[in-house]
Design a binder for this molecule. Sequence first.
Ligand code: THG
Length: 265
Amino acid sequence: MLIVGELINSSRKAIKAAIDAENAEEIQKIAKDQYENGAHYIDVNAGTYVGKEDRYMKWLISTVQEAVDVPCCIDSPDPKVVEAALELHKGTPMLNSISLEKERWDALRPVVAGSDLKVIALCMSDSGMPETKDDRLSIASDLINNLVKNNVPVENIYVDPLVQPISTNDYYGREFMSAVEAIMTEFPGVHTICGLSNISYGLPERKLLNQTFVVMAICKGLDSAIVNPLDKRMMANIYAAETLAGRDEFCGNYLSAYREEKLAL
Ligand code: THG
């Protein structure tokens, strides 16, 4: 499972405070903690700074890259911010995200075409948020075909079927999971990813819902996730679920995680 650490997001109070104080040490500590607990990419999002997102995104990337050897996952809906971030990022980041929304697609298509970027393809179009599995599959199909036409290798495509809060509609979990299963079956080689903690928005004991949902989604084929790697039960559930889903030859990863004391809570 590819893990993207979600914690460096200006919508979180602790991060907003660290950014406002230009507290690089605090940001670097959170980046390191996530890396040491299994993050393969560090998500960076300065989306709450309207008009200044560009400047803070660049500061976050250089701050994070001073501290850890894993690349960033550049998380912005604004193509201009993404482009500025890519210019400055060392190594090959993940782009979060391109979508079928015309303005976003047109601006980012030349950026991703023929590149070796890992690209999150978010199931959004100008007709709004997808509701059903079929909505998600239809957008995913267009995104994958268009990306492949633009020489993005399938193995660099991470489709995000979009997780919406279960508190707003009781079928959102089910439609998401059916979409993961359909995408993984119909487009071999493509990956699926999601902002997993959106599922629990508005409910108490969010961690419990996130920890359970990850297992259900892995069962349908989800092979990457934007999560909090410091949540030990979440990470232990991921190891266990991948092994039980038959995606861990000779239980090798499970046993390594055990030896590294990642399974005991
Ligand atoms: N898909 C993709 N990218 C994404 C998302 C997605 N990036 C952003 C988001 N969704 C995933 N990242 C987070 C980060 C933090 C939280 C949830 C998702 C979170 N924040 C607490 C909250 O909102 O209550 C903040 C609490 C605090 O102040 O610490 O849970 O879906 N491609």
